[in-house]
Design a protein around this ligand. Structure first.
Ligand code: GDP
Length: 458
């Protein structure tokens, strides 16, 4: 007996179920959308909206419950397979955006045989039905989650397949080279003539430089996705909260004259010219017996251990030296430090980067804003931001790892050009790593992991 979880063609039953979800964000809104995807939804749509749907035509309909009572009145849109987001029949019910009415609509869908979709299940089906590849599917959720305008632009490029196209171009070049090399393997008795060798070497070199370029763009994209983790440290009252507010452009932390009032860790996401930065304010990092303050201190130390950069803030009118803080001893020496001298509005010092000092020293005034842009630029430079947002892809760690691994295999192929078998094997491995980016060979658990991070209804 076949297990009941798979249909005759081997597709798991779960992937054939009709699924439904509220696709709009929770809460109140002008419009709320319930989306349904399944194998044959004509009768389903008719039962709910009172008449047979015409594909790709909007229609004003009354959505009714089992007793024929209206639940809502709205627009129904029907997409017949395969011309839909998921590649299956899709029905969208655009009703009024209230949580109760949408729940009633969803309930009605369940009565009609749908089950509530898991996070990302619509996009998972779109991937499984070949409507988009894995890198594009990741672009979908990255667009939804984008925290800066630049990140959103990069995500939409991935979604539209720009990143995938670059990966496919690399892929095609590897395939060509592999064909050349493997043909040689098939005829071992024939001497590989030197011309072929030169040709293979040339192709490999251009492949490697192409891959380097993609890797570079992907690294920029990864920065835009992961952001820069900055720790802001210094004695009480030097202006840490004020600087944080100034960088964020709005009042976020509690600014106060009483030392130690900002007790907890404040991790604030700010837009650093397109790159998100997460800034941790270390205010309140002092010896303390207060249990609440102790928790805050613990959390701050944890955040400090994950820092990409450390901003040490001092007050130009005081002799406190933030760099002599015990904090500094704890931070690994390879984490870049920026010394920032605040409150120059009180002394009239020139704002900006001090070229006479070793390492980065920035003078500024959190109060007037003078020198803040210089600090932004220093942070971006430390992050390795090349300012090439227009060519970046919102890459994930998974993509970077695959690109790096492919690059290593190509490097090894380069070193082993004399041994054809090893050369061919390294090319094969590089090809495999690249193909995993777009999901050509992808394990089920990786798919589960990627799609489970989606929101419901997408
Ligand atoms: P924190 O304890 O390090 O977070 O310091 P706060 O941001 O709470 O600032 C302490 C005091 O310094 C407040 O009275 C701020 O208004 C003041 N302050 C902060 N930055 C500046 C600045 O650039 N110039 C001047 N004159 N005062 C500042």
């Amino acid at each position: 007996m076949k297990p009941a979880t798979a249909a005759a063609d081997g597709v798991p039953m779960r992937e054939r179920d009709t699924i439904a979800a509220i696709s709009t964000a929770p809460g109140r809104g002008g419009i709320g959308i319930v989306r349904v995807s399944g194998q044959a939804l004509g009768a389903f749509a008719e039962a709910l909206t009172g008449s047979a749907p015409t594909p790709r035509r909007t229609a004003l309909r009354v959505f009714r419950d089992a007793a024929g009572e209206p639940i809502d009145e709205g627009i129904a849109v029907y997409f017949a397979a395969p011309r839909s987001y998921t590649g299956e029949d899709v029905l969208e019910l655009h009703g009024h955006g209230g949580p109760v009415v949408l729940r009633l609509l969803l309930q009605r869908c369940v009565e009609l045989g749908a089950r509530v979709a898991e996070p990302g299940e619509f996009t998972r089906r779109a991937f499984l039905n070949g409507k988009l590849d894995l890198a594009q599917a990741e672009g979908v959720i990255d667009l939804i989650d984008a925290s800066t305008a630049q990140a959103a632009r990069c995500a939409v490029r991935s979604l539209q397949g720009e990143f995938s196209a670059r990966v496919h171009a690399l892929d095609a070049a590897i395939v060509e080279l592999r064909m050349l090399v493997e043909a040689t393997l098939d005829f071992p008795e024939e001497e590989i003539d030197s011309l072929d060798r030169e040709d293979a070497a040339r192709r490999l070199a251009s492949l490697r430089s192409l891959l380097d370029e993609v890797l570079r763009a992907a690294r920029q994209g990864s920065l835009m996705r992961e952001g820069l983790h900055v720790v802001l440290a210094g004695p009480p009252n030097v202006g840490k909260s004020s600087l944080l507010n100034r960088l964020a452009g709005e009042e976020l932390a509690i600014v106060t004259d009483v030392p130690g009032t900002t007790r907890d860790t404040i991790r604030q996401a700010i837009d650093l010219g397109g790159v998100p930065a997460y800034i941790v304010d270390t205010a309140g990092l002092r010896e303390s017996d207060d249990p609440v303050e102790k928790i805050g201190i613990e959390r701050t130390w944890k955040a400090i251990d994950e820092a990409d950069a450390l901003v040490l803030l001092t007050d130009v009118t005081r002799s406190d030296d933030a760099a002599r803080d015990r904090l500094v001893e704890r931070i690994p020496p390879e984490v870049p430090r920026i010394r920032v001298i605040n409150k120059i509005d009180l002394t009239g010092d020139t704002p900006g980067v001090d070229p006479t000092q070793d390492g980065a020293v920035v003078r500024l005034s959190a109060r007037s804003g003078a020198g803040i842009e210089d600090l932004r630029q220093v942070l971006l430079a430390i992050a390795g931001w090349e300012g090439r947002a227009e060519t970046a892809f919102l890459a994930r760690e998974r993509h970077l790892q695959a690109l790096r691994a492919a690059s290593e295999h190509l490097g090894r192929a380069h070193d082993q050009q004399r041994t054809v078998e090893l050369f061919a094997e390294e090319l094969r491995l590089a090809h495999e790593r690249l193909a995993a980016i777009v999901g050509e060979f992808t394990a089920d658990d990786l798919l589960g992991e990627i799609f489970s991070r989606f929101c419901i209804g997408k």
